[in-house]
Design a protein around this ligand. Structure first.
Ligand code: AP5
Ligand code: MG
Length: 210
């Protein structure tokens, strides 16, 4: 199954996609994670996008689309994928439709106040990128990643100014995709405001109807 996870920053896209990818046996492809990996490795792409990402602006469409197109050439997407954080503009959505046909778009609905709380408490592993929250998704040992034992840090774009900018960018560039996919009968809304278990259960229930 080919799925897109759509929603504002901090809606829980990455958290749910990571779990569901294991259950469904299809890859979780997060453009944010791919960019952060290239920044960590200081590749040419990483150097180009670092400042843009830290400010919360969008990486230019051409760079983003090329990266996703290349990723979708990997044979592991044969049985489907979860695209998390892509597309984020109408141009990206039009481009995607030229090289892959998706089954459905899961739209995580959540208010800004809750997004801000979630992002303020988020921590990620500086080595493997695994996500946690200081209250709702604690690691077994404080400040240490359960998966790889490395240190947990804040994402630079989880600073208050960058969060504000990411929300503005979301409403300006990404929210129009809700109508875009509704018009194509692909959109499924999920209430993103509940516990991780509740959101996961609703997502699975919706996916079972596709
Ligand atoms: P990206 O990494 O995609 O960031 P984002 O869209 O801002 O989304 P987040 O990762 O912040 O939120 P999420 O929905 O994954 O929430 P999470 O599950 O972590 O993109 C980063 C940047 O890369 C962009 O700003 C842009 O610069 C660039 N970029 C990426 N894609 C691009 C594109 N297509 N085009 C151009 N540029 C692009 O959850 C958040 C926190 O809440 C965590 O701490 C989690 O533990 C907790 N939590 C999650 N669910 C729950 C729950 N149900 N209850 C309680 N706590 C929860
Ligand atoms: Mg994410």
């Amino acid at each position: 199954m080919k799925l897109i996870f759509l929603g504002p920053p901090g809606a829980g896209k990455g958290t749910i996609a990571s779990e569901l990818s294991k259950k469904m046996g299809i890859p979780h492809i997060s453009t944010g994670d791919l960019f952060r990996k290239s920044i960590k490795n200081q590749t040419v792409l990483g150097q180009k996008v670092q400042k843009i990402i830290e400010s919360g602006d969008l990486v230019p469409d051409a760079l983003t689309v090329a990266m996703v197109k290349e990723r979708l050439n990997n044979p592991d997407v044969e049985n489907g994928y979860i695209l998390d954080g892509f597309p984020r503009t109408i141009m990206q959505a039009d481009s995607l439709s030229q090289f892959s046909e998706i089954d459905s778009v899961i739209n995580f609905v959540i208010q800004d106040e809750q997004v801000i709380e979630r992002l303020a408490g988020r921590r990620i592993c500086k080595n493997c990128g695994e996500g946690y929250h200081i209250e709702t998704l604690k690691p077994q040992k404080e400040g240490i990643c359960d998966k790889c034992g490395e240190e947990l840090v804040k994402r630079p774009d989880d600073a208050p100014e960058a969060i504000k900018n990411r929300l503005d960018v979301y409403y300006e560039s990404t929210e129009p995709l809700i109508e875009y996919y509704k018009d194509k009968n692909k959109l499924k809304d999920i209430d993103g405001s509940g516990s991780v278990d509740a959101v996961m259960a609703e997502t699975e229930a919706v996916i079972s109807t596709i």
